[in-house]
Design a protein around this ligand. Structure first.
Ligand code: 3AM
Length: 478
């Protein structure tokens, strides 16, 4: 039996024992930020304050080590502003609580928020926050009270500075937070728009890191190609296509500020669940198809469709999904051909491998990749792999695959039929995205209803597809 700290046994729960222990040994408080006085001299402290003031002949600083810090005229503030500190003219414009600064759980990994509680305003770097509004406070931000010229404090963020080396265009607008992940191209970071506090994912594509390769599939260095991604993405607007909010192009890297997708990517989802149910696979696949249709209707071929490039909005099973990464895409006119060899092996269409990029290939490459993605969702395995005897490339060129995994026993024939069609080697015989959207497997009222809600659309093609749901009118027998 666990022994409690007071030496009694049995009567007290283990939980309360731990509590006593924690209480008797308070944790050292983390100082997560500091306010330096600027121009105005502030001497007084709130009676209940735990803040340490460091005086120097010309300035002082306050350590921030609680979740929330408040400043204003009122006695309850951590920092009380009085006539000793400010001229009467300024003090009359100071509110009881003028502003508060917060860092959730004093966690250095969280952003710092400043909230304006005053009618006359709290200003950050000369910009008014606005009554009852918040913004993110960054290192070296200057706080003014009631007027931009009444500069009172400079804020020092004591968390590691993640914005070193980033261009000013980015750091002046965004607060740079934790790493979300990384890929072949570079890093993805969580960032916040300091004014709106909105979260985004910033993708940093290093141009030099992508240089080199003589093989076209690895030659991603081409700045034009990076910019191509940007140009295409900025002009796209569809619920299932990742929105690009901002882009900064620099000689060494491109910084893309994208919609933040907190659910992570489809690859991780499949890996964590081993495989997806047919119901979920269908819901995800349907949304991917809508994204691809949107792109194809605009003459855009994605060319790099794979689960890593499909992002999920939430961690819920039924979630909105968005297709990302158009770095390998290219605008093509209808009926024109694409000659660039790109795309990732395993998801790449046979015509790309067969011709080695020397011949033309079309948007049907996306249909093939979608077929592979669907196969992967439903079974958690790849249809083509070097582990199956011959090389994956050989299997792809022959369109040779099998439903080996036991999970396939529980998958409908309609789903398999669709995969068979999407993985036809001859692109001319492979269905178009419209054909795929019309397939019998996707005529599923419950799924369509869910998708419609997630995609928040009333009148898209879904309506047309719903027509399938009408029971066929029975012909009266004569
Ligand atoms: O490294 P992992 O696989 O954990 O989910 C994406 C991947 O995570 C994440 O960054 C990594 C490299 O692509 N990611 C990419 N774009 C994102 C976005 N818009 C994103 N996470 C959230 N929102």
């Amino acid at each position: 039996m666990a022994r409690d700290t007071q030496g009694t046994q049995g009567t007290q729960s283990q939980e309360s024992s731990i509590w006593t222990l924690v209480e008797s040994q308070p944790m050292e408080k983390i100082v997560w930020g500091r306010l330096y006085g600027k121009n105005i001299k502030i001497k007084s402290l709130g009676t209940s304050s735990k803040y340490r003031i460091i005086y120097t002949p010309s300035s002082f600083s306050v350590d921030l080590n609680n979740d929330e810090f408040s400043a204003g005229r009122g006695e309850a503030n951590d920092l009380i502003l009085t006539l000793n500190d400010l001229s009467e003219k300024i003090l009359t414009r100071i509110s009881k609580v003028h502003f508060t600064i917060k860092r959730a759980n004093c966690d250095l990994a969280s952003p710092v928020y400043i909230k304006d509680h005053s009618r006359n305003g709290t200003f950050v770097n000369n910009e008014k926050i606005g009554m009852n509004k918040m913004r993110i406070l960054k290192n070296d931000d200057v706080i003014s009270l009631s007027h931009p010229t009444h500069k009172a404090f400079v804020f020092k963020d004591l968390s590691p500075n993640e914005s070193i080396g980033l261009p000013e265009e980015i750091t002046k607008t965004y607060y740079i937070n934790r790493k979300l992940g990384s890929g072949a191209y570079g890093l993805v970071r969580l960032v916040y728009d300091t004014r709106t506090c909105q979260q985004f994912a910033m993708k940093i594509v290093k141009k030099n890191m992508l240089s080199g390769g003589s093989r076209p599939s690895t030659n991603l260095s081409d700045p034009e190609r990076v910019l191509n991604e940007a140009k295409i993405m900025k002009n796209l607007s569809h619920p299932c296509v990742v929105r690009m909010h901002d882009i900064v192009d620099k000689p060494d890297a491109v910084y893309m500020v994208l919609e933040f997708m907190r659910g992570g990517d489809l690859l991780n989802r499949i890996i964590s669940k081993k495989l997806l149910t047919e119901e979920t696979s269908k819901l995800y696949f349907y949304q991917m198809c809508h994204a691809v249709k949107y792109l194809h209707d605009r003459g855009i071929t994605h060319r790099d469709l794979k689960p890593d490039n499909v992002l999920l909005e939430t961690n819920d099973e039924d979630t909105l999904l968005k297709v990302s990464d158009f770095g390998l895409s290219k605008f093509v006119q209808k009926d024109s051909v694409m000659r660039t060899l790109c795309g990732t092996p395993l998801y790449v269409a046979p015509e790309v491998l067969i011709t080695g990029g020397r011949e033309a290939y079309t948007r049907k490459v996306d249909i093939w990749s979608l077929g592979v993605v669907l196969f992967t969702c439903l079974s958690g395995t790849l249809p083509f792999s070097d582990e199956y005897g011959s090389s994956a490339a050989e299997q792809i060129k022959k369109g040779k695959f099998a439903y080996r995994h036991p999970a396939w026993k529980g998958v409908s024939q309609r789903a398999k039929l669709l995969i068979n069609q999407m993985l036809i080697v001859d692109p001319a015989k492979r269905p178009s995205i419209d054909d795929v959207l019309q397939c019998s497997w996707l005529r599923d009222a419950a799924m369509l209803q869910k998708a419609k809600q997630l995609m928040k659309i009333e009148s898209m093609d879904i309506e047309e597809e719903n027509n399938f749901l009408e029971p066929p009118t029975k012909r009266s027998r004569r």
